[in-house]
Design a protein around this ligand. Structure first.
Ligand SMILES: [Zn+2]
Length: 86
């Protein structure tokens, strides 16, 4: 599909898009990257959400692959430490 850049290998125009009743899929023919999103915009089921976030970086956020893993840990650790100090 023209203008689509693969979030994994950044190849232009190598990403195919197709859809079924519920989802729209992206698939890179260059590196084998696969991603999907729900057409109705609802959150992914937890099982899929984990898999997708590990495999690919959201092109809109454009963050390095290491950051999404580090951030949830900070969220849990900081509030606990502050409570103990008080
Ligand atoms: Zn690719």
């Amino acid at each position: 599909m023209a203008g689509v850049v693969c979030p994994r290998c950044a190849a232009m125009d190598s990403t195919r898009m197709y859809r079924d009743d519920e989802r729209e899929y992206r698939e890179c023919v260059d590196c084998g990257f696969e991603d999907s999103m729900r057409l109705d915009g609802r959150p992914e089921p937890k099982e899929l959400e984990t898999r997708v976030s590990k495999e690919g970086v959201d092109p809109l956020k454009n963050t390095p692959a290491t950051e999404p893993e580090a951030q949830p840990i900070k969220f849990f650790v900081n509030p606990k430490l502050q409570k103990k100090d008080h």
